[in-house]
Design a protein around this ligand. Sequence first.
Ligand code: R5P
Length: 322
Amino acid sequence: MRGGVLPLPNIISVIKNPQNLRITHSSLTLLVNFTVMGGRASEGLAKMIAIKLKAKYLRSELRIFPDGESKITVNGKPKNGKIVVVQSTYPPVDSNLIQALSLVAKARKYSSQVYAVIPYLGYARQDKEFLPGEVITMSLVANMFKAVGASKVIVVDIHSKMALNHFKIPAKNVTAISELVKYFKKLKLKDPLVVSPDLGGIARAREFAKLLGAKFIALKKHRDRKTGKVEIRSANQKQVKGRDLVLVDDIISTGGSMVKAAEFLKKQKCRNIYAVCTHALLIGDAEKRIRKAGVSKIVSTNTIPGRTSVVDVSPVISKAII
Ligand code: R5P
């Protein structure tokens, strides 16, 4: 079947027996016209989403002027229907953000149904006033997506549900945990134990462990809000000896949390440590420091493309779009 049109014998069969009309995920993609516009930060992922949606793919060209301004050109015209803009806002965060907003604004000129897919949403950690005087930049970012004409926002494993609440348009969070777990199920782990580097990540670790068919524990992390310094204060560490550990977090940024957790767990004589996250920012020499702390492998998704992004999130994003 092509172009969303059912063959004649099927149409007759459905008219005679309406119960034969089964709307499946793939048949629905054929009934809705999608165009995917990929931003430079998420080109690979955008193309994979376009394939899954059977959508037209529009590439955008990017030129950065000497002063840092972004100039974006969208090649071609979208089909009539919904437009899906895909662009993560990892570093350079502000440039990638302005490009995401520009693409949404451009898409809005063609369609009233513009989905902004921001797989990694920068500023999501600035979702409340932690110290007096701090600006809640997440709220500003959420307002900007509405202002440029996004009708819906889709993000992956957002840092907190509170960040999502700042959107005044429908905003959906999808999780990459199921896809990450599929990857780990293929590894031959010895008596695996899922570990959250902090108490805030308990729900994530619980979900990961449930899908993996393992148990989980959470360490107690303390981060100095002024210096950003991380310290592991105590933990239920007795069970880790001789086991393969899967350290799960949403983001690895400077690597501080993973380094402290791995150093702590190594002292408890665990076997291998795998550091897994959805968004691997890996700022500076984070990757090197994490490995030096005793982590055998870092695994992340393609919300942020890089050396560790071996897990594809296009299946979960495509499902959320339809
Ligand atoms: C914090 O609560 C997050 O879940 C991550 O643990 C944090 O963003 C990781 O940052 P870093 O790699 O700099 O320790």
